[in-house]
Every structure is written in structure tokens, then in C-alpha cells.
Design a protein around this ligand. Structure first.
Ligand SMILES: [Zn+2]
Ligand SMILES: [Zn+2]
Length: 175
């Protein structure tokens, strides 16, 4: 969604308070494509902060489907969005030393809310996903999901040479 900033940036500096929808249904990034199954409206507030700067705050939450790191089962993960930005609308006048957000979502008077939401999702994206704390993962040999049942690989797949090595380690420990 594109918001028009001309009223905020006019003499009156009229703030914008609006609930905006999240348009994307799929979040695409380097890690892959992820379905967004639940999206709240983002309650957005844009106000003039003086000196050609804007304060942008927003709150909402998005639920994405992300596969478990161990067994690859789909997990629904809620990603809260809660941001507070200070951006300059005057690229030339921006003070380099100031902690301003790199506003690739503002171009003149138009504010690309969707782009900002994308940035925030990217920053807030969870790095570790488990379907449960004690997920057993999948068998490296046959690919069986070990949460759903065991396979026979463990019983028959043990290399006798490995058990010798294990015994050596055991002896080390006892010393
Ligand atoms: Zn899992
Ligand atoms: Zn197996």
C-alpha cells in the first residue's frame, strides 16, 4: 500500500493514523519462500518530527509457515511486528552521523508501506524453528520422520568398527 505523505509534510504536519493491510501472501527472501497464513492489520502512525524528518511507528503480527530445522514439518510461527523509525525525507540534507533508517520505502511524497513491512519481516525473521523442543528429526539414512515412528536403520545400521571407537572413547573417559 502506498501512503501519500503530502499532508504530513505540509505546513499543518497532519499526522497519519491508519490501519493498513499486509498485501503479500508469500514472503520471499534468500532463505526461500514462506506462506503467510495470518496477517493482522498493521496499526501505523506517521508524524512529523521536525527538520524534514518523520517518525513512523507500527504494530501488528504475521504468522508464517516455516519448516522445522530438524524434521522439515511445517510449523506456524507468529512474527510480531513492532517498529519505531525515524527517517529523513530529505536525502541531501540528511546528517550522515545521525541514526536514521535507510528509507528505501519513501520516495518523495509516497510511502511504500509494503516495503517497510518486508524490511521488518526480514529483520525479525526467526533463525531457529523447531516443531517441538524435543523434535527427533529425520533419519539420515532412510529419511523417516522419527517423531512419527522409528525405522530399522538404528538396529541394523551400526557399523561394528564404530562401536570399537566408541569403546575407546569410553575407556578414555574412565581414566
Ligand atoms: Zn521437527
Ligand atoms: Zn532410517
Amino acid at each position: 500500500m502506498i501512503l501519500d505523505l503530502s499532508r504530513v509534510l505540509s505546513e499543518q504536519h497532519e499526522p497519519i493514523e491508519q490501519s493498513v493491510p499486509v498485501e503479500m501472501d508469500v514472503f520471499q527472501c534468500e532463505m526461500g519462500s514462506f506462506q503467510l497464513v495470518k496477517k493482522s492489520l498493521i496499526s501505523l502512525c506517521v508524524s512529523y518530527a521536525g527538520d524534514k524528518r518523520l517518525t513512523i511507528t507500527g504494530k501488528g503480527d504475521i504468522t508464517a509457515v516455516i519448516p522445522c530445522d530438524r524434521c522439515l514439518t511445517d510449523v506456524q510461527v507468529e512474527i510480531p511486528l513492532d517498529f519505531h523509525k525515524k527517517v529523513s525525507v530529505d536525502p541531501e540534507g540528511a546528517d550522515e552521523t545521525e541514526e536514521l533508517d535507510e528509507a528505501n520505502y519513501i520516495d518523495g511524497y509516497s510511502f511504500d508501506v509494503e516495503q517497510l513491512i518486508y524490511n521488518e519481516l526480514l529483520v525479525g525473521w526467526p533463525t531457529k524453528i523447531l516443531c517441538s523442543e524435543d523434535c527427533k528429526g529425520i533419519c539420515n539414512v532412510c529419511g523417516q520422520n522419527l517423531n512419527e515412528g522409528s525405522c530399522n536403520c538404528e538396529d541394523t545400521g551400526l557399523d561394528p568398527r564404530m562401536s570399537v571407537i566408541r569403546d575407546v572413547f569410553k575407556n578414555f573417559k574412565e581414566v
